[in-house]
Design a protein around this ligand. Structure first.
Ligand code: SF4
Length: 193
């Protein structure tokens, strides 16, 4: 990959969210975003994804580079204290909710989600348009799509808020991918983004 191309990785994040408006099934691409960092970590024994390929970090950099409210690094309670463990706990809880609720939908115990939500707590009051009909999706697949889209939406919004309040890539200090990568590498050094 040429270095100049990396300057436009943020486009992938934008395209991901836009594709949810074309058909929510494209939200399954979020799994690629979740798995690829660990595939590269296993191959390279370092955080290759975080150090040069993450589209979300690219978006934070482009959108917030000169718009930070304080321009300060995240406070220690967020980056070196309980913040990253809280976020890792939230991520694991969220995955648990996604898996269990998808099983419940496939078993007919509960109806599928048809709205994008924030932090498993607030549902957006409108349905996002579905511009392309890919045919009937099984209820569980549609539900999983909305849950994945909601998780990506939530973490991106949180990242934008953190980046606006502090430095653009503050999210990286609490990002579950970063925390899990550190654990896997047994690297005690804190993220230096
Ligand atoms: S820490 Fe998270 S947001 Fe930051 S570069 Fe890595 S995967 Fe992307």
């Amino acid at each position: 990959m040429r270095k100049g191309w990396k300057n436009y990785l943020y486009v992938l994040t934008t395209v991901f969210f836009a594709m949810g408006f074309i058909n929510i099934a494209f939200a399954w691409l979020g799994f690629v975003c979740m798995i690829t960092p660990f595939v590269l970590l296993a191959r390279d024994k370092r955080k290759t994804w975080c150090q040069g390929y993450c589209p979300r970090a690219s978006l934070f950099g482009v959108l917030l580079r000169s718009r930070s409210l304080t321009g300060k690094p995240a406070p220690a309670w967020l980056s070196k204290g309980k913040g990253k463990w809280f976020m890792l706990g939230y991520f694991i809880f969220n995955l648990f909710v996604i898996i269990i609720s998808t099983i419940m939908v496939s078993s007919g115990i509960r109806p599928p989600s048809d709205r994008v939500g924030f932090a498993n707590a607030i549902q957006l009051p409108w349905e996002i348009p579905q511009l392309l009909n890919l045919g009937p999706l099984p209820d569980w697949a549609s539900h999983l799509s909305f849950m994945m889209y909601s998780m990506m939406f939530t973490t991106t919004v949180l990242g934008l808020i953190f980046g606006w309040l502090f430095k653009p890539r503050t999210w990286c200090t609490v990002c579950p991918v970063n925390t899990m990568s550190d654990l896997l590498l047994r690297n005690k050094k804190e993220c230096s983004f």
